[in-house]
Design a protein around this ligand. Structure first.
Ligand SMILES: *Cc1c(COP(=O)(O)O)cnc(C)c1O
Length: 385
């Protein structure tokens, strides 16, 4: 391997997760794969063709620029939905490209109308309701304004969706807040119907809500973290396996991250290792230098805490995480050589370093660990044989 480190994407896991989600969610619920934040660090250009191959034809992104990347990664036709930022200048291109987008305030609706008029084509919109997250979305009053504007300009709008976002369905402590949001959503949906606006997709649920609150599935679910093989939280997983006889995790991680040993050193007892005085060798030790660091997405908070796999054994990261390097203690692993594979995330032999282990010790969400993986790292797809 010429590369200092490489991210692998396992096609079998992609297939496993999509099959699982489709089976559990049923035929009547459309799955939109959320591929924002460079597909949760997996790489849009790599993951979209894999998702497409295994039956996904609906994609959600945050930025207009991500929508363009998804479009360029597809070989057939799929729906692309922008949930967040589009500059006013890009609205025209968004409509022309057939991208669907969230309308979360009246200004967005106005800009969409102006551009749709100029282009003489319908803007495909999803009206986003403010139901209690207090982040983005139309409240009851603004929804009424939007409805009037849409009715007056019927030939320029296709209301594809009516949606909202829940404020933390992965945690039981938010239960009451979530219930309130669902009620409010249904009330606003009724207003829409009373005005003869019947969207194709009513959508509310992310990964956690799809499983913890099945009634929020409606016509479409926006699945991010689970399609990559992770549960939104431990609670969500426990909720799922609670009544099941089989307690094994039905999801499989797609992503692995490997590096290799760059150099090996013997350190005498009493010496400090790496910058400063955070690690003092208490005995004679042997260390392996690994060419990844915080610039490659390996958080500094893993200093003296992280673990890597070398020759099938768990080795501790000692000293502080540097910009481009970490040091692992290999004293107890025999026969280690320069060039040996180092697993940062994933399996080696019988052991596995999970992103969750990573996030537990560094106080980061697994979402955070994944999205910090730089786009510049090389990604390699491990195809189904
Ligand atoms: C990110 C996002 C999702 C996906 O959330 P997961 O927890 O990863 O499934 C769904 N909806 C919206 C609006 C989002 O921003």
């Amino acid at each position: 391997m010429n590369l200092s480190s490489i991210i692998t994407l396992n096609e079998k896991s992609v297939q496993n997760n999509i099959d699982f989600l489709k089976k559990k969610l049923g035929k009547n619920v459309k799955i939109s794969a959320v591929v924002k934040a460079n597909a949760y660090g997996h790489g849009i250009e790599h993951i979209v063709p894999l998702f497409e191959k295994h039956g996904i034809d609906h994609y959600s992104v945050f930025y207009y620029s991500e929508a363009v990347r998804v479009l360029n990664s597809l070989s057939g036709h799929s729906t692309i939905m922008i949930m967040g930022w589009i500059s006013d200048e890009n609205i025209k291109d968004a409509i022309e490209n057939g991208f669907e987008f969230f309308v979360f305030n009246i200004e967005r609706l106005q800009v969409a109308l102006e551009n749709a008029k100029k282009l003489k084509i319908k803007a495909k919109i999803h009206l986003e309701a403010e139901t209690g997250m207090n982040r983005s979305g139309l409240n009851a009053k603004v929804l009424n304004e939007a409805i009037s504007m849409i009715i007056e300009n019927k030939e320029f709008f296709e209301v594809v969706g009516f949606c909202t976002h829940l404020a933390g369905p992965e945690s039981i402590s938010n239960h009451l807040r979530i219930q309130k949001q669902i009620k409010k959503y249904q009330k606003m949906l009724f207003v829409l119907k009373a005005n003869d606006i019947i969207p194709k997709y009513r959508h509310v649920a992310n990964s956690a809500a799809s499983f913890v609150y099945p009634k929020t599935r409606f016509d479409l679910v926006r699945i991010g973290i689970m399609i990559y093989g992770f549960w939104s939280s431990t609670e969500t997983f426990i909720h799922y396996i609670n009544n099941k006889r089989d307690k094994t995790d039905p999801l499989k991680r797609i992503l692995g991250w490997n590096s290799q040993i760059m150099s090996i050193k013997e350190i005498k007892s009493g010496e400090f290792v790496s910058y400063g005085i955070s690690y003092l060798a208490q005995t004679d030790i042997r260390t392996a230098l690994i060419p990844i660091g915080y610039a490659s997405g390996y958080s500094r908070s893993l200093s003296n805490k992280g673990r890597v796999l070398i020759r099938g054994q768990r080795c501790g990261v000692i000293g502080v995480v540097n910009m481009n390097m970490i040091i692992a203690d290999i004293t107890n692993v025999p026969d280690v050589e320069i060039g040996d594979e180092v697993v940062i995330i994933g399996k080696q032999g019988d052991l596995e370093i999970k992103v969750s282990a990573f996030s537990d010790i560094s106080d980061m969400l697994n979402y955070e660990v994944l999205t910090h993986l730089p786009a510049s790292l090389t990604r390699k797809i491990l195809l189904n044989q």
